[in-house]
Write a protein that binds this ligand. Structure first.
Ligand code: CA
Length: 219
């Protein structure tokens, strides 16, 4: 399991990180809220542990920003016992669990293990290519939302495993019976997808094979 831990109290963070690592949990620790959000967007974490009061951006703001983008990585919020309102707010905007400070690290480990085992997180249909994870049912790639057509097209490209997918084929399968659809529709959607892959900082690019179609390649 790999987690991101955003906590600005260094002594606490050091102690918790040490104990988590002893429990075979890989921890990336950062102290700053904005840096936390930047890392939290990456599809590499099984769980995020967010303190609420942080420099530059609060844990609640990080959580809200992630959920708004469709990123569903499980989140455990940390906060002082007195901040009941923060707890309610955190759960409302999509936190999966909440731990009051001070807490025992063994309790945090138990909660992390419980979240990692949660079946709903494991059963979604995802297909992968290099660092891309396409969730077909929820229409997201690495947590970023896609339209129905973008999902269909990316699914074809990923399913072909890096082989060229012909433009004719894409047009016929995605637009089907819509006879008014034209080749430039495919081009327009490729540009949307390229923009999203760029936004994700993915190492995958969509390459145009002139006169033929498109394929995925690792940069
Ligand atoms: Ca804090």
């Amino acid at each position: 399991m790999r987690i991101l831990y955003v906590e600005d109290e260094k002594l606490l963070a050091d102690a918790v990180t040490h104990l988590l690592k002893k429990a075979d949990i890989n921890v990336d620790w950062v102290a700053d809220g904005e840096e936390g959000l930047r890392l939290a967007k990456k599809p590499i974490y099984d769980c995020l542990v967010l303190d609420i009061m942080l420099p530059h951006m609060s844990g609640l703001e990080i959580l809200a920003s992630l959920r708004k983008r469709g990123i569903k990585t499980p989140v455990i919020m940390l906060s002082a016992l007195s901040e009941v309102e923060d707890k309610i707010k955190g759960l409302e905007i999509g936190a999966d669990d909440y731990l009051a400070k001070p807490f025992k690290t063994s309790e945090l480990i138990a909660r992390l293990n419980a979240l990692a085992r949660r079946p709903a997180l494991r059963e979604t249909k995802t297909i992968e290519f290099a660092d891309l994870k396409l969730d077909v049912d929820n229409r997201t790639v690495n947590g970023v939302s896609l339209t129905e057509k973008e999902t269909e097209i990316l699914k074809m490209l990923i399913s072909s495993g890096g082989k060229t997918v012909q433009k004719d084929y894409i047009l016929a399968h995605v637009w089907g019976a819509d006879m008014t659809a034209e080749y430039n529709y495919v081009e327009v959607y490729m540009s949307y997808l390229r923009k999203k892959l760029k936004e994700l900082n993915s190492n995958v690019a969509i390459k145009t094979i002139r006169g033929l179609g498109y394929k995925l390649m690792v940069k």
